[in-house]
Design a protein around this ligand. Structure first.
Ligand code: CMC
Length: 426
């Protein structure tokens, strides 16, 4: 119940609806009583729908603000590290030194996957898309960790969270190794989270791994920038799957599937493919014109966002990180010049300005990942790895509180009831 009310008049009836205020952000109108009065709300794409109350992440799309537990994303990217950000998302506060050490050690102790998991990979073609493999192997974890599948048990949820965060880099690197026909690398637990991932990606059993600390820091930053983004499509998918009581590994696998699409996490791969297709600055105008053409389905990948209508704060940090990494590694990537020119043109073009289409996080992440040596087909896997704590944090927040199965309704526009017509009479 709330003191603030909204009034809705329809068909001569007046309905009084509660209005709730969050800590910050727009108020929400509680439309749940509508169904009892014979109405549903209609909001395709959930553009005006808050599906839940949450304490984890706040976004102000007009001002380009992204806060995790109240902390701005740029401060976390500069001053925190990925595992600390995971802790913040899972537990709602930055850890003390002691809490952090305990958490990092716990993650370290779970980096290995059951050896039997490695046999799953052999079922995939070597040229399978890495996201196809990830959907399968992450979901398959539910067949191994029976001791942490009781979602009503807080301890089970905690151990599943740690397992997922710890094993995602191992599975992601195994996926890559499998697609290039190299042996899997075991995790090295003296390494940091990001160093370990790079070691498993690029190391081989014949030589000791050498991980460039600048690259490891850039990787860590990329993971932080992807760690959470409130009720986005993949997180909402995880929550919807979780609302049925499905186990966390199955829910995260559903999230990976939702992330794969080019409108969501698949955009980072699509951006690089697009920049390569443009190939030369002289062709940018042609592609901008295609993006503006109503009859052409082509969109400038890495531009636009459902929520950000001013700038994507993650893109700002990512752009700076791209400059730093390329300078440090001495990479002069012509794609970066195309990207910068494209960004400049789009930012000045009336079409993009009037529709508030700005570069998003995926626009620059591909440039860094490419410089680090990550193949394009692995880009969305990196996003999935980074997003895992966000998915689990939202899943856990839902399961820890009171929730209902997610079950939207519809505006039915098909045929009204009619009698079945036998085949010989049709
Ligand atoms: N290039 C050209 N036109 C665009 C673009 C684009 N990238 N994005 C949106 N528009 C146009 C769109 O055609 C529409 O025009 P009109 O009003 O004339 O019909 C208008 O802008 C609004 O677009 P929308 O599709 O209704 O907006 P949305 O909020 O439903 O979609 C989006 C958001 C991110 C799916 C979309 O901007 C897009 O497809 N961008 C390219 C893919 C991309 O970069 N995705 C990554 C998102 S950030 C990472 C993540 O969080 O997953």
């Amino acid at each position: 119940m709330s003191d603030k009310k909204a009034t809705l008049s329809v068909d001569g009836k007046t309905l009084e609806l509660d209005v709730y205020s969050g800590t910050i952000g727009p108020d929400v109108i509680d439309v749940s009583p509508l169904t009892g009065n014979g109405y549903f709300t209609y909001d395709p794409g959930f553009v005006s729908t808050a599906s839940t109350e949450s304490k984890i992440t706040y976004i102000d799309g007009n001002q380009g603000i992204l806060l995790h537990g109240g902390y701005p994303i740029d401060q976390l990217a500069e001053q925190s590290d990925y595992l600390e950000t995971c802790y913040l998302l899972l537990y709602g506060a930055l850890p003390t030194a002691e809490q952090k050490e305990k958490f990092v050690n716990k993650v370290r102790m779970h980096t290995m996957v059951n050896d039997q998991v490695s046999t799953f990979f052999k079922g995939f073609r070597r040229d399978a898309h890495p996201m196809a493999i990830m959907c399968g192997v992450v979901g398959a974890l539910s067949a191994f960790y029976h001791d942490s599948l009781d979602i009503k048990d807080e301890q089970h949820r905690q151990i599943s969270a740690i397992r997922l965060i710890a094993k995602m880099p191992t599975l992601a690197a195994m996926t890559y190794k499998y697609t290039i026909g190299q042996p899997f690398m075991y995790p090295q637990n003296h390494l940091s989270y990001s160093e370990n991932f790079l070691h498993m990606m690029f190391g081989n059993p014949c030589e000791p791994s050498k991980v460039n600390p600048v690259v490891a820091r850039a990787m860590d930053k990329i993971f932080i920038l992807h760690a959470d983004h409130e009720q986005n499509a993949s997180t909402s998918t995880v929550r919807l799957a979780g609302s049925t009581g499905a186990n966390p590994f199955a829910c995260i696998s559903a999230g990976i599937a939702a992330l794969w699409g080019p409108s969501h996490g698949g955009a980072n791969e699509a951006v690089l493919n697009m920049l390569e297709e443009i190939g030369d600055e002289s062709r940018i105008d042609e592609f901008v014109a295609k993006a503006k053409d109503k009859d052409d389905p082509f969109r400038l990948m890495g531009f636009g966002h459902r929520v950000y209508k001013n700038f994507d704060p993650r893109a700002k940090v990512m752009k700076q990180a791209a400059d730093e990494v390329l300078a440090e590694l001495g990479v002069d990537d012509p794609l970066l010049r195309i990207a910068k020119r494209l960004e400049q043109i789009a930012l000045e073009d009336e079409y993009f300005v009037s529709k508030k289409l700005y570069p998003n996080v995926d626009f620059y992440s591909g440039i860094i990942l490419k410089a680090i040596g990550i193949p394009t087909s692995m880009f969305t896997v990196i996003f999935a790895l980074g997003r895992t704590p966000g998915w689990i944090a939202h899943w856990n927040e839902m399961i820890s509180g009171s929730y209902k199965i997610g079950r939207p309704r519809q505006l039915y526009t098909g045929p009204a009831q009619r009698d079945f017509v036998p085949l010989d009479k049709r």
